[in-house]
Design a protein around this ligand. Structure first.
Ligand SMILES: Nc1ncnc2c1ncn2[C@@H]1O[C@H](COP(=O)(O)OP(=O)(O)OP(=O)(O)O)[C@@H](O)[C@H]1O
Ligand SMILES: [Mg+2]
Ligand SMILES: [Mg+2]
Length: 486
């Protein structure tokens, strides 16, 4: 390929073309074709095409994280702790920390990080075309390529191996057993975070079935870590760990760990934090230099917890003279956790005469149930917050230009139109159940939703906005407000 045409935009266009495959797969899944061993056979084939064997991944010293909620946060805590240990100079490893997470907020580069920073557009472009061309050389330019998430996973392996990463923190995409990240044979540490019901059409309708899938990342080489779970999930995790010749270790946040010690807001982060600390401990066990003191007394670990960066999760900002809170929760449990957290942050909105909820959900089966979970969390303290305005927006970025190229999501578009009827249903439900206490409207794009926010602000003394329901909405709002993420 002509080097002139290898631009970042070119890489993003090609990457987005892999989403149409994802759409085909979605249709197959709806017909009951769920992921199976064949997915792993295909992934092994692609890995070989780009020049690696699964055994090559072992040298990355992988920390593998699955779960329904808290995967990304746990990875971010783990990376942050390792960065502080690296900075302290006390240990010979890690020299280079890789982190692969999903989804992204503003830029796809956020998904592949080195030493706590998203890779640059230049590096992304270079490694993107390496992988793209290796695949074309192996199978021909017209043949089918791996889908979006699989491609990015292959690319992450290629980046990490090329950059000599010696601690690779890997977040599972969906499930675990048949996830594209699961080619790793000998991880240093594995953890399953909080379990709940999500992606049920792919993973199963019960917590036990979901636990079975997630525990697929457990391997003989590593202790099987998890946090507190429902008993039916815990039993499955225990059996799966035994199946893999390892043992399950349940990590419970110690009493000495308190919310003021950690850089991410919300009590639900305590479980993620303590899992991350245990992952780091296991990592150093394997590296042959175990911790000999209480990790919660270790200055580098404590700094790691404090200085963690994981935007879009219970994040509070003041932008354009408006108080904002951003959270990408999109499952029942996490929306309830967000509601509970917001209820405890009265100082954010008690003086505000305009209290706006900006909500988007369009890819889950029952968006109204998700909205209700948020309200349940919010109202469980008794007082809650009464919104003066509620805006139900799609996650399309711009009025005229449609999706920002890096935020394109073909799965939520039908016949080239965003699914506005979901927002209309949500709005109708709100009006019926909440009456006239608040003004509820639908915005066809995030840009228009923000325009509505700004016009409400013009007429108000103090404005507070809560953005939640989807990480795609949160990312899109950051783009429209031009708010930096990392
Ligand atoms: N243990 C938890 N319990 C409930 N909610 C949580 C928990 N951990 C994180 N959350 C909330 O879930 C949302 C997503 O967080 P995070 O990115 O850590 O999870 P994830 O498992 O990577 O999710 P995703 O499905 O988006 O990949 C955030 O809104 C966060 O506040
Ligand atoms: Mg998820
Ligand atoms: Mg995630």
């Amino acid at each position: 390929m002509n080097p002139q045409t290898k631009t970042f935009e070119g890489a993003i266009n090609r990457l987005n073309s892999l989403q149409s495959n994802a759409k085909v797969l979605e249709v197959l899944r709806k017909r009951g074709k769920i992921p199976n061993d064949q997915s792993m056979v295909e992934m092994r084939h692609w890995l070989r095409c780009i020049g690696y064997q699964p055994s090559d991944l072992n040298r990355l010293n992988v920390i593998h994280v699955a779960g329904t909620k808290g995967k990304g946060s746990t990875c971010a805590f783990t990376s942050s702790i390792l960065q502080q240990i690296q900075k302290s100079g006390e240990r010979s490893i890690p020299k280079c920390i890789g982190m692969y997470t999903s989804p992204h907020l503003r830029s796809v580069c956020e998904r592949i990080q080195l030493n706590g920073k998203p890779i640059s557009q230049e590096l992304f472009t270079k490694y993107f075309f390496d992988v793209w061309e290796r695949l074309e050389n192996a199978v021909g330019s017209d043949s089918e390529k791996p889908m979006y998430f699989r491609f990015l996973t292959l690319m992450a392996w290629h980046v990490f191996i090329s950059e000599n990463v010696d601690a690779a923190i890997i977040e599972v995409g969906i499930g675990g057993e048949y996830d594209s990240t699961n080619l790793i044979e000998k991880p240093y540490a594995t953890a399953v975070t909080s379990l709940g019901l999500d992606h049920t059409s792919l993973l199963g309708n019960t917590i036990a079935e979901i636990a079975w899938q997630k525990a697929g990342i457990y391997k003989e080489s590593a202790i099987a870590l998890t946090c507190e779970q429902a008993p039916e999930a815990m039993n499955v995790l225990k059996n799966r760990a035994a199946e893999r010749n390892t043992s399950l270790k349940v990590v419970i946040p110690p009493a000495e760990l308190t919310p003021d010690m950690i850089g991410l807001s919300g009590v639900h982060q305590l479980g993620n934090t303590s899992l991350a600390v245990s992952l780091v401990q296991e990592f150093y066990e394997k590296a042959g230099c175990p911790f000999d003191r209480d990790p919660y007394q270790d200055p580098a670990i404590l700094d790691g917890l404090k200085y963690v960066k994981w935007p879009g999760r219970c994040q509070i900002e003041e932008i354009n003279n408006i108080k904002w809170c951003f959270d990408g929760a999109h499952t029942k449990e996490s929306l309830e956790a967000t509601g509970l957290w917001l209820a405890s942050k009265k100082n954010l909105y008690e003086d505000a005469d305009a209290r706006i909820l900006l909500f988007n959900q369009q890819s889950r089966d029952d968006p109204i149930a998700l909205l209700r979970s948020f309200l349940k969390g919010l109202e469980s303290s008794g007082t809650g917050i009464s919104f003066t305005h509620v805006i139900f927006s799609t996650n399309v970025t711009w009025k005229d230009a449609g999706y920002n190229p890096e935020l394109l999501s073909i799965n939520t578009i039908t016949d080239n139109k965003p699914v506005l009827h979901v927002q209309e249903d949500l709005c109708k439900w709100w009006k019926e159940s909440k009456g006239t206490t608040s003004e509820a409207t639908v915005a066809p794009t995030i840009q228009e939703a923000i325009e509505t926010v700004m016009s409400i602000k013009q007429k108000s003394r103090n404005t507070f906005v809560c953005v939640t329901g989807s990480l795609h909405l949160t990312g899109g709002v950051f783009v429209v407000l031009d708010q930096a993420v990392f």
